[in-house]
Design a protein around this ligand. Structure first.
Ligand SMILES: Nc1ncnc2c1ncn2[C@@H]1O[C@H](COP(=O)(O)OP(=O)(O)OP(=O)(O)O)[C@@H](O)[C@H]1O
Ligand SMILES: CC(=O)C(=O)O
Ligand SMILES: [K+]
Ligand SMILES: [Mg+2]
Length: 575
């Protein structure tokens, strides 16, 4: 029997069903030379060009043969996020933040001024949660972010997070309701025409009243508030509050029996509901950069969605992020991450599905697998939960943020802290300062972790890229260079460098604004948009003069450059 969820949203349009044909994704193949070449530029006088340290270079890749007319739309321009530019100028390369920051946008931050304050404060990605708000509301947020990017030179990417078909409460008559110890509340699947009776909340899952049993424990938001089920009356389930607390609109519900999570027919619910498909169509139409899929159970759903996106939005490169927040997703973790473009450790719901004490090790495992498979990973939920109400974090929260940074997660995420909290900007500032401090401590202590980075390439050309990036990152550490430069059309080489988590920042030059925004989620990357040719010599000369003119690099800086056109490693002393 098909299970159904009430979406508490306009009814799904007929035809937008979940049954879609599966298409095979054309494998992205990077064109490029296969021959690795290592060349070293003299520490002074760049005009001397590439000198004889070339290890191996095929004759047709001779630098003179590579000169090509620059692409037409070049201008002389180089685009970089204005916040990063200011940071580079002020503090120099080394002090830039490597950990990326995602902010959930909600009522506290949806205005233009607040969005700009977050952009200035270092928000790399704005997340909108489709659990809340209307398409009009989300469209307006996305439009404002894009406008800020265009007018003020930020490069904030947009992530849409699907609702997913898990069981949750409906909307509430007020922003929150407080349940007190011993109170009797009704959880109902009934449709109420008029305002909800007192101490009553809706449940979105039709099978709820049938599935729960008297004696079950009902957890709101993974245990923030708890109830015992005491009686079932048709569509109504009467519960006694045992752990008091605040009920928030659409809070997640789980029920437990004899110490384990109950997964009755709700386990059959689709990962992507019909409402989610409508939201995904909306996200594609609005050109979001990332779509995060809630409650992923298997790799199949990711393949399915990726082929759908490829068919619906030719040439677009929306990344699909798998949210790891269920037992099934942990069971199929590696294949899910392989299929996705990135993952989120969604600790809120994860902590409601597995015992809380298992969440830290799950986090560590997810972060590690993502790093090995070269997928960006976001650590999310409750990082600074107390800052929803208070202007300073608890010591324990700072320790939690530090641990995620120390694990070298690509990104940290604010949820309620930025969506509806009292101190969104302060919360972001805490993430920023803790990230910078821990990153620096790590470098000072030279705590190079001995993480094995397995080969992930599927072709010889990719293997060459991987070897080049691994070597370049190692050279960068050993030589103490100031920055790595990578010229990359698809962003792949940039992510391979990021995977190595080198000591210095990585300047990633890419020709497209969408690749540039996507790279914003990855550890240590400073994405620039720049039109470049296949002639690395002229690319480098042009980049160096553009960056020098803008005060982002200085004479005497030492840089290592790699590219996915000419597979080489160059050591450059900025003249
Ligand atoms: N667009 C919005 N409109 C109103 N409130 C919002 C909105 N987005 C977030 N919120 C509020 O902020 C809180 C935290 O937001 P967030 O999106 O991170 O929820 P979450 O429960 O962590 O995520 P998920 O629902 O994906 O598990 C929500 O519980 C909600 O109260
Ligand atoms: C972010 C999210 O979905 C969670 O923590 O559950
Ligand atoms: K969600
Ligand atoms: Mg969740």
């Amino acid at each position: 029997m098909a299970q159904s969820l009430h979406s508490f949203a306009p009814p799904a349009v007929a035809g937008a069903s979940t049954r879609r044909r599966q298409y095979l994704l054309p494998q992205l193949r990077r064109a490029g030379a296969l021959s690795p070449a290592v060349s070293i530029r003299p520490r002074s006088g760049r005009a001397a060009g590439r000198i004889s340290a070339t290890l191996f270079q095929s004759p047709d890749l001779d630098s003179t043969a590579l000169v090509q007319p620059p692409s037409s739309d070049t201008g002389g321009a180089i685009d970089v996020d204005s916040v990063t530019e200011a940071e580079l100028k002020e503090n120099g390369f080394r002090s830039t933040r490597r950990t990326k920051l995602v902010c959930t946008i909600g009522p506290a931050t949806c205005g233009a001024e607040q969005l700009e304050a977050l952009a200035v404060g270092g928000m790399n990605v704005a997340r909108v949660n489709m659990c809340h708000g209307t398409h009009e509301w989300h469209r307006e947020v996305i439009r404002q972010v894009r406008q800020l990017n265009e007018e003020k030179g930020y490069a904030v990417a947009v992530m849409m997070d699907t609702e997913g078909s898990e069981i949750h409460m409906g909307d509430l008559p007020t922003a929150s309701l407080r349940a007190e110890d011993g109170e009797i509340w009704t959880f109902s699947v009934r449709y109420f025409n008029s305002p909800l009776p007192e101490r009553t909340v809706n449940v979105n899952y039709d099978g709820f009243a049938e599935d729960v049993k008297v004696g079950d424990e009902l957890l709101v938001d993974g245990g923030m508030v708890r109830f015992d089920v005491i009686e079932k009356i048709g569509p109504d389930v009467k519960c006694r509050c045992t752990d008091p607390g605040l009920l928030l609109p659409r809070a997640n519900l789980t029920f437990w029996r004899d110490g384990s999570l109950v997964r009755e027919r709700n386990a059959m619910l689709p990962t992507i509901s019909s409402k989610d498909w409508l939201d995904i169509d909306f996200g594609i139409a609005e050109g979001v950069d990332f779509i995060a899929i809630s409650f992923v159970k298997s790799a199949e759903v990711i393949h399915h969605l990726k082929s759908y996106i490829a068919a619906r939005s030719r040439g677009s490169d929306i990344s699909v992020i798998a949210k790891i927040e269920s037992m099934d997703s942990l069971k199929n973790l590696e294949e899910i991450i392989r299929a996705s473009d990135g993952a989120m450790v969604a600790r809120g719901d994860l902590g409601a599905q597995i015992p809380l004490e298992q969440v830290p090790s799950a986090q560590q495992r997810i972060v590690k697998i993502c790093r090995q498979l070269n997928k960006p990973v976001i650590v999310a939920s409750q990082l600074l939960e107390s800052m929803i109400e208070y202007p300073t974090p608890t010591r324990a929260e700072v320790a939690d943020v530090s641990e995620a940074v120390r694990q070298r997660a690509d990104a940290l995420m604010l949820s309620g802290e930025s969506a509806m909290g009292q101190y969104p900007e302060k919360s972001l500032a805490i993430l920023r300062s803790v990230s910078i401090r821990i990153e620096r401590w790590w470098r000072e202590e030279k705590r190079y972790e001995a993480m094995e980075l397995p080969g992930i390439a599927s072709s010889f050309s990719d293997t060459v890229s991987e070897e080049i990036c691994n070597s370049a990152a190692k050279m960068a550490n050993n030589l103490g260079v100031d920055a790595l430069f990578v010229y990359t059309k698809t962003g792949h080489m940039a992510s391979l460098l990021s995977r190595c988590r080198p000591d210095c920042p990585i300047f990633a030059f890419t020709t497209s604004t969408s690749v540039r925004r996507r790279l914003n989620l990855q550890w240590g990357l400073i994405p620039f948009r720049l039109s470049f040719s296949d002639d690395m010599e002229s690319n480098l000369n042009r980049t160096i003069s553009l960056l020098k003119a803008r005060g982002m690099i200085q004479s005497g800086d030492l840089v290592i450059a790699v590219s996915d056109m000419l597979q080489s490693i160059q050591v450059i002393n900025i003249p």
